[in-house]
Design a protein around this ligand. Sequence first.
Ligand code: SF4
Length: 446
Amino acid sequence: MSERQQESRLKEKRIATLTLGCKVNQYETDGMRELLEQAGGVLVDIQETADIYIVNTCSVTNMAERKSRQMLHRLKKQNPEGIVAAVGCYVQSVPDEVLKDLAVDLVIGNNCKKNIVSILEAYLKQRQAEEAQERRNNKQSNALWLPMDTVTDYEDLEITHPSEHTRAYIKIQDGCNQFCSYCIIPYVRGRIRSRQPEDIFKEVQNLAAQGCKEIVLTGIHLSSYGKDFQMEEGIALLDVIRSLQEVEGICRIRLGSLEPRIITEDFVGELRKYKKVCPHFHLSLQSACNATLKRMNRKYTIEQYMESCKLLRSAYDRPALTTDVIVGFPGETEEEFSTTVRNLKALNLYEIHVFKYSRRRGTKAETMPDPVSEAEKTKRSDCLLALTAEQKAAYERQFQGKAVQVLVEEKLGDGLYTGHTERYIRVKLKSEQDVRNQMIETIFEI
Ligand code: SF4
């Protein structure tokens, strides 16, 4: 059958998508949505009755997997006749479990998302020919996933319009080689793969032509970008930033989560030349105690992390530094946690995203001794949440009454708009005119 004829099977099918997890997943869902639309599908809201539901799942925590499962079941209940496709990380994490799940009709792993149209086409053809019961007994044939440790190609998905009008998250890297002891991601996303710089440039140019003003470069392990091109850490990423700096219409470039080790004197010296790069950096930390970091298999010390922050603070005016911290990692004693608190106080970051450790099947930390009780994890989490609230308020107070540039994103009503400053501080402002997608100077008021 010709491609044109095959595509007609999706024509006018009502298709709803749902994304769980990170910005990389969001980008990939947006890419799939565009492919489905090009194939004639009609995109509808997830609350509506659809012919096909696609759930781009997440497996970063037990909670994320549970939510993925719940959503798949809820959608099957919403329309028992609809096709429910489980896509992505949860599929890679526990393929056998997903295959047995009667709520799921189609099982699609990572690096198969670009084939979403042909997979659905084939399934619709097969479904026409089969009895429902047989189909259920034969779920194996409705599954497409690859063992991720063998995948070496970057999956070419692209977007031509961003899901948020002013800001686009651009996926430029996939996979991770770090194997932090608590993390399932290297198993479900595979080894590092980088996107070709010319593809990134073309996509950003196209988005800018449509009015997008801000881009955020994202990846599973962004700092590894270009290592698979046999380039030194950081060099290829700087090359991409340099080229994007030239794209007309793009006013801001943000970087997604970075490894502290990439922040060297040379890297920062080069980065600061690119004026569109926002003074807002997310440096992943996870613990501020060296003993805990070692058990987590993180490959830096708290002293190196502090040095990275110092370098950024000397290169940029009051940069917004943010991070992630896990509390209650196996064996985290009271003393280790106190060390983390002490160092976080000294670091004085803009924002700390706090996570309670949750045991992940198949990781090294799964069998580590000395688990921390849930009550203790909550206590430690509350302690860090209080600390970050205090530090965040103090950071924002520095800008009180000062002029800030805001990229206006949304209209709230009654002449009220909202957007973010270059340091990613959310600001509300009043205007008589429609100022959406404009860069406005305003006086910052808390
Ligand atoms: S760097 Fe560590 S936490 Fe991040 S994806 Fe890789 S293994 Fe997971």
